[in-house]
Design a protein around this ligand. Structure first.
Ligand code: NAD
Length: 372
């Protein structure tokens, strides 16, 4: 029994980066290979340096060759960059500058972060179980426009200023992305703005409603950002897809991420019209690098997002997600999510367990199809 199309070949550029970046990327690649074997697709990998390790070798955190490899890819997978060794470098040479340059160069205008509750971790959240149970939504944040990029910007002794600006094209393309993604989910988009105070938000709202006319099967509502922040912690179950601008999304995606548990659990995708980049939300964690303590689940869930959004292999993504859920249900925990009575495991042991569960679920489901 096999799913997928054996003719399908995907080129994935791996950018492990610094610190635990290489440890979690190694875990992610093992899961990608398991998917490829089971779902009958061919994955071709090309590994490149980025961040501090690239600076050490080439004197820049992002070389033209690495960027070109990303342009030639079907998807990019990134571990993490940065570390104390490179903190004092000038801004443009810092490892983190490579990320901003990469996102801009690849035109990755949408950042997607899921907020999904794993039943096995529900008690480690700061919110009540009854509030959290069944929570499963995503935050779509506009990533290459808005106040973080607007001009004029600056400050002097008496004044500081920034510009929040959106063009029609910028709002239209992310609104389309939100409605399309919602069509594959529960078909509900909440567009978050501050239209009662900001003209740019009124403009955002108008365009989102215009685009919505092309997606009548999706329900659209508007919410002010202050209310949205409150609603995410009051009743997160009400959301399916939250669509919002760069600044509001920066804040809301962190709130949404943290209600569901640890930093080591949070995946992300950054998508544009031609390219896509998948990465765990966490950084290079220099405090635990090289100690086999890194939680690989954020990276592994980022792999699920890659199969879903870049390769349209929703079934593979579902099996990965279920394998993560089953691993947690069997009480395997890395140090960051450990609680009494659970089994403390290394990065590789956790990865092995996810792969075992993946194969188990795949076989169960293949048998189910076979016996129909
Ligand atoms: P961090 O995310 O690296 O670590 C914060 C804390 O969470 C640490 O205690 C770390 O041990 C823990 N942690 C993070 N990921 C974990 C995982 N997978 N498993 C277990 N524990 C985990 O954030 P930081 O310490 O503020 O930053 C360290 C470096 O990473 C800095 O140079 C920062 O600029 C960089 N950074 C990079 C990215 C990125 O590459 N996208 C994101 C954030 C920070």
């Amino acid at each position: 029994m096999s799913y997928g199309n054996p003719c399908l070949r995907h080129k994935i550029v791996l950018l492990p980066g610094d610190g635990i970046g290489s440890e979690v990327t190694n875990a992610a690649v093992q899961v990608m290979k398991t998917v490829a074997e089971n779902f009958n697709v061919t994955l071709k990998f090309e590994e490149r340096l980025i961040g501090g390790c690239s600076y050490e070798k080439f004197g820049t955190p992002l070389t033209d060759e690495t960027l070109q490899a990303c342009y030639d890819s079907d998807a990019v997978f990134l571990g993490a960059v940065g570390g104390p060794k490179w903190e004092a470098l000038p801004h443009q040479l810092k490892p983190e500058a490579a990320l901003l340059k990469l996102r801009k160069a690849l035109g990755l205008y949408t950042n997607i972060r899921p907020a999904k509750i794993y039943n096995a971790l529900i008690n480690s959240s700061t919110l009540k179980k009854e509030v959290l149970q069944g929570t499963d939504f995503i935050v779509l944040r506009e990533l290459t426009g808005g106040i973080y990029f607007g001009n004029p910007r600056g400050f002097d002794k008496e004044r500081g200023w920034n510009t929040m600006e959106y063009t029609r094209e910028e709002v239209e393309r992310i609104a389309r992305m939100a409605f399309k993604i919602a069509q594959g989910r529960r078909k509900k988009v909440v567009s978050v703005d501050k239209a009662n105070v900001l003209e740019v938000s009124q403009f955002w709202r108008n365009i989102v409603h215009e685009v919505h006319k092309d997606y009548p099967d999706v329900e659209l509502s508007d919410m002010y950002v202050d209310n949205a922040a409150m609603q995410i912690v009051r009743n997160p179950k009400q959301f399916d897809v939250i669509l919002t601008s760069n600044l509001f999304g920066d804040i809301l995606s962190d709130i949404a991420g943290m209600i569901t548990g640890s930093l080591g659990m949070l995946p992300s995708a950054s998508i544009g019209n031609k390219y896509a980049l998948y990465e765990p939300v966490h950084g290079s964690a220099p405090d635990i690098a090289g100690q086999s303590k890194a939680n690989p689940l954020a990276a592994i869930s980022s792999v699920a997002m890659m199969f879903n959004y870049s390769f349209q292999m929703q079934k593979a993504a579902e099996v990965i997600e279920e394998a993560v859920e089953r691993t947690l249900a069997k009480s395997y925990r890395t140090q960051d999510i450990y609680s009494d009575g659970c089994s403390l495991v290394t990065t590789q042991q956790m990865t092995n367990c996810v792969i075992e569960n993946f194969n188990e679920i795949f076989n169960e489901q293949a048998l189910g199809v076979f016996t129909l």
